[in-house]
Design a protein around this ligand. Structure first.
Ligand SMILES: CC(C)(COP(=O)(O)OP(=O)(O)OC[C@H]1O[C@@H](n2cnc3c(N)ncnc32)[C@H](O)[C@@H]1OP(=O)(O)O)[C@@H](O)C(=O)NCCC(=O)NCCSC(=O)CCC(=O)O
Length: 549
């Protein structure tokens, strides 16, 4: 049999001299230019025992579970939240009835920024991009009829994560639940806020300190809870390439590990509950390889660099979401096809949990019908296609293994560069991430603008038919309902207990103690989110992004 080089020169080249390759940009979204074909010759230094292993075995390239989806399907976890706590609770129940297997909560902008629904800054934003939660009373309504021991819930909350998590825990405690059985995830990844999403309150150092409080407190009090979801999603949505998403996110993960070790925590106590979150874009193979490379890098560095010994500390478990940024407003029904392909990549990449975007993502928050189609897409993949029946079925594909190696190497190059520059917090100060992401976003947009990259319905195959899809509207009444509940809470709570709880929070922060016990008492005392965040604003100050050129 011919070698690859022989075949390329003696067979492929003559073929292209008869019919040249199409004029087409074959590069993936990380700007990697694939060759026309991959063979064994591309995997000369590939060692299956070292680089792949088996599913559930180090370095977990083939997945973190031995039986993967033959034992248990990924969690179908649709990100949802809009309007009032009552409306979102209804949507949660509708999604569970439709067969969703986990919950995922979207909070509105005031909540994400640590403001109560009746704060002047919140005007016009309450319930718009998620649900408003300003105190335990909102949380009680939001999760009414949902057993926290039976359903795992994810909450996308970052700067105010400790306070919101404490409200969720207080709600479970009020129902007499056993906290050792309560599972879920808080996003709690503040570094990517500084890098990409910009929903921060305090400066990086105290923000990271608050995260490490959860690393310390979480495993000892809620052993089934994932107290962080280190997130590449928002980095990617800001314009990063897949390689950058992978590298910057893993660098963030390692930064938290280092901070937790500096506090004297045992890596094998906290690391098993670190989780991750990836964005799954349009380039099918790139995304599959990215998820495989992520698991391999994490496992190796956790073992070799940080000395973790517990196998669970080495397993990178991840949620995935199809790429909102890839779903245009033009010809929105086409997005159903994009989401199906992206979701398939997430599954073939071995995701542990998945959100599929609704086709109306670019237009508004999803309608119930659009969210149901997105969930049905996961169910079709799970039950009709056969892909969940064989574990890591693409292993051994010359291209997939080569691409996994290449993406791993490129990401490791970035991680080393970040370390050499002084680490993640230093790189935030330097504007390193912003400039890398900015360049990548610019290159991509230029490719689209010049039609070097075709997007169906956007810069090619366009049509002028008007949009005819239903839109989810948010009732402005929500603001009044939320403000009324908040006023009632302030009137009816024990004022002494509330002020003592806030003072205990302030004191814990000033003394550098773990703040989680104080946050939990604040939740039980019905302190509002804004009161708690303001207390810490006075201690830590507020972050203002430096201007970089
Ligand atoms: C670890 C993950 C990734 C997944 O947790 P899950 O509980 O869903 O799944 P899991 O841990 O894989 O599985 C649940 C339990 O079943 C076990 N299990 C699973 N598969 C198994 C198998 N084959 N054999 C044996 N056991 C198995 C696991 O070990 C675990 O048990 P044990 O518990 O005993 O270990 C978690 O962090 C998560 O759910 N993340 C979701 C994050 C999220 O929804 N984010 C939304 C962001 S949305 C956003 O940011 C906005 C984006 C936008 O702007 O649109």
């Amino acid at each position: 049999m011919k070698t690859k080089n022989q075949w390329m020169t003696s067979v492929y080249a003559p073929a292209t001299s008869k019919l040249p390759e199409r004029k087409y940009n074959f590069k993936n979204l990380s700007d990697m230019d694939p060759e026309p074909i991959y063979t064994r010759d591309d995997l000369d230094d590939f060692d299956a025992a070292r680089d792949l292993g088996h599913p559930g075995e180090y370095p977990y390239t083939r997945g973190v579970q031995t039986t993967m989806y033959r034992g248990k399907l990924w969690t179908m976890r649709m990100f949802a939240g809009f309007g009032s706590a009552e409306q979102t609770n209804e949507r949660f129940h509708a999604l569970l009835r439709a067969g969703q297997t986990g919950l995922s909560t979207a909070f509105d902008l005031p909540t994400l920024m640590g403001y109560d629904a009746d704060h002047p800054f919140s005007k016009g934003e309450v319930g718009k991009c998620g649900v408003a939660v300003s105190c335990l009373a909102d949380m009680e309504v939001l999760f009414q009829g949902i057993d926290p021991e039976a359903v795992t819930t994810s909450m996308t909350i970052n700067s105010p994560a400790n306070a919101i998590w404490a409200m969720y825990i207080a709600n479970a405690q009020k129902q007499g639940k056993d906290l050792s059985k309560v599972g879920g995830t808080i996003q709690n990844d503040i570094l990517k806020e500084f890098i990409a999403q910009k929903e921060y309150i305090y400066p990086p150092a105290p923000s990271v300190k608050l995260v490490i409080d959860t690393f310390e407190w979480g495993p000892r009090n809620l052993p089934k809870w994932n107290f962080i979801s280190v997130s590449g999603y928002h980095i990617r949505e800001a314009g990063a390439t897949g390689v950058q998403e992978l590298a910057f996110t893993l660098a963030d993960g390692f930064h938290y590990v280092e901070k937790a070790l500096e506090r004297g925590l045992d890596i094998d106590e906290f690391a098993p509950r670190i989780s991750f979150f990836w964005d799954i874009h349009n380039d099918f193979f790139e995304e599959i390889a990215k998820l495989r490379a992520a698991r391999r890098i994490w496992a190796r560095q956790m073992k070799e660099r940080y000395g973790a010994k517990n196998s669970k500390s080495l397993m990178l478990r991840a949620h995935a979401q199809t790429a909102g940024v890839s779903l245009p407003a033009q010809q929105p029904l086409n997005n159903i096809a994009r989401v199906a392909i992206q979701a398939l990549a997430a599954v073939l990449g071995g995701t542990n949990s998945l959100h599929t975007d609704s086709y109306d993502e670019a237009l508004a928050l999803p309608t119930e019908e659009a969210a149901t189609i997105a969930l049905r897409t996961q169910q079709i993949i799970a039950y009709e296609t056969g892909v969940a029946g064989v574990i890591d079925p693409l292993a051994g594909s010359y291209y997939i293994e080569k691409l996994t190696n290449d993406i791993e190497a490129a990401a490791l190059g970035y991680i080393e560069q970040i370390r050499a520059l002084g680490g993640v917090e230093k790189c935030i100060d330097l504007g390193f991430f912003a400039s890398e992401i900015g360049e990548a976003a610019y290159r991509y947009q230029r490719e689209v603008d010049t039609k070097d990259r075709l997007i169906v319905g956007v810069n090619e195959f366009t049509d002028e038919r008007p949009l005819e899809v239903p839109i989810q509207l948010i009732d402005p009444e929500v603001e009044r309902v939320q403000a009324e509940r908040l006023a009632r809470v302030r009137r009816e709570r024990d004022p002494r207990r509330a002020s003592d709880a806030l003072e205990a929070l302030r004191s814990a922060a000033v003394q550098g103690l773990n703040t989680m016990p104080a946050f939990l008492e604040c939740a039980h005392a019905y302190c509002t989110l804004g009161e708690q965040m303001d207390t810490l604003r006075k201690v830590y100050g507020e972050y203002v992004e430096p201007v970089t050129v």
